[in-house]
Design a protein around this ligand. Structure first.
Ligand SMILES: NC(=O)c1ccc[n+]([C@@H]2O[C@H](COP(=O)([O-])OP(=O)(O)OC[C@H]3O[C@@H](n4cnc5c(N)ncnc54)[C@H](OP(=O)(O)O)[C@@H]3O)[C@@H](O)[C@H]2O)c1
Length: 285
């Protein structure tokens, strides 16, 4: 049995869809059964509970051989992931596929990078088989700017002139599902990206073409943008952590690069930004 955490989120739900499309049976640990109704309808078994509740995780792990470890960024993320790894090992899980980030590198200073790198190291040292899923910047992040794109024909981010090999969540789900259900992924780090390096100015150009109206990218001042993050994110730690990550992206601390991993793992090329934008056009229009 395969157990998914994070299955109601952006990449977890795409992983669940990709597994269902392959006819693979799986279980999901979800906090909200209502949010997981589509997963259940697609044949996924549900255990309702919180990943921080050890009893609940033990219940979800019964009979599980492979686990998707996918948690959102928080101050507690590293401790939570370590606890799940420990519980999984005790429950007899053989292989953990961890959602990490291409930004996770040794010696990183931004907290989100550090957490993923330390969690990867903990999993590598656990004695369990592992696969790291390490995506670049999600195209889905632009959905967070859909409001200003619709209303003001612009989006503002503190990413300067930096370029990222941004990736569609559908590709992340496809690679993750293959790592869980396919063969030969143990001990591998899959750095996964979209097909091209793009600046936010190029994203604006692509948006303009897809929407048929001029959309402008405004390189936001990092300090002013921190004020916006403080309003929309759950707490001060999270706002500072995202701000630190954006600053490092803008400064090119870990330069982005295009990889061919999506094609190698799935047998098809990754979605382009234009394909992503057309898929989500209702949000931007
Ligand atoms: N955004 C990027 O550009 C980017 C790039 C590379 C890597 N990443 C990494 O991707 C990961 C996030 O993936 P995502 O965006 O697909 O996630 P997401 O959309 O934020 O969804 C998070 C998932 O985790 C679940 N969850 C949260 N807390 C939980 C708890 N205490 N117990 C049980 N379930 C819980 C959520 O359930 P609910 O539906 O109940 O909330 C949801 O299913 C992060 O680790 C991030 O660092 C992001």
């Amino acid at each position: 049995m395969i157990l998914l955490t994070g299955a109601t989120g952006k990449t977890g739900s795409e992983t669940a869809k990709a597994l269902a499309a392959r006819g693979v049976k799986a279980r999901a640990l979800v906090r909200n059964a209502g949010k997981a109704a589509a997963l259940q309808a697609a044949g996924m078994e549900l255990v309702v509970g919180d990943v921080t509740d050890a009893d609940c995780v033990r219940k979800a792990l019964a009979g599980v051989s492979k686990l998707l470890l996918l948690l959102p960024n928080s101050e507690q993320q590293l401790a939570q992931e370590k606890q799940v790894v420990d519980l999984a090992r005790a429950a007899g899980v053989r292989h953990i596929v961890k959602m990490s980030s291409m930004e996770a590198v040794p010696g990183a200073s931004a907290p989100i990078r550090q957490i993923h790198w330390e969690s990867e190291q903990y999993l590598r040292a656990s004695g369990l088989a592992w696969t790291m899923i390490r995506p670049d910047f999600f195209m889905d992040n632009f959905l967070g700017s859909a409001g200003t794109i619709r209303e003001k024909k612009l989006f503002a981010l503190p990413l300067g002139e930096s370029r990222s090999a941004m990736i569609d969540a559908r590709d992340i789900g496809a690679v993750t599902a293959e790592a869980l259900a396919g063969q030969g992924h143990e001990g591998k780090s899959h750095d996964i990206t979209g097909p091209e390096l793009l600046s936010c100015h190029q994203v604006a150009e692509c948006l303009s073409g897809v929407l048929g109206t001029t959309i402008t990218y405004v390189a936001a001042d990092p300090q002013a943008y921190l004020g916006i993050l403080r309003r929309v994110l759950p707490n001060e730690w999270h706002a500072n952590a995202v701000s630190a990550l954006f600053r490092e992206i803008a400064e090119g601390v870990v330069p982005s690069r295009v990889t061919d991993t999506v094609r190698k793992v799935t047998g098809r090329g990754p979605f382009t930004l234009a394909q992503f934008l057309r898929e989500h056009i209702a949000a931007f229009r």
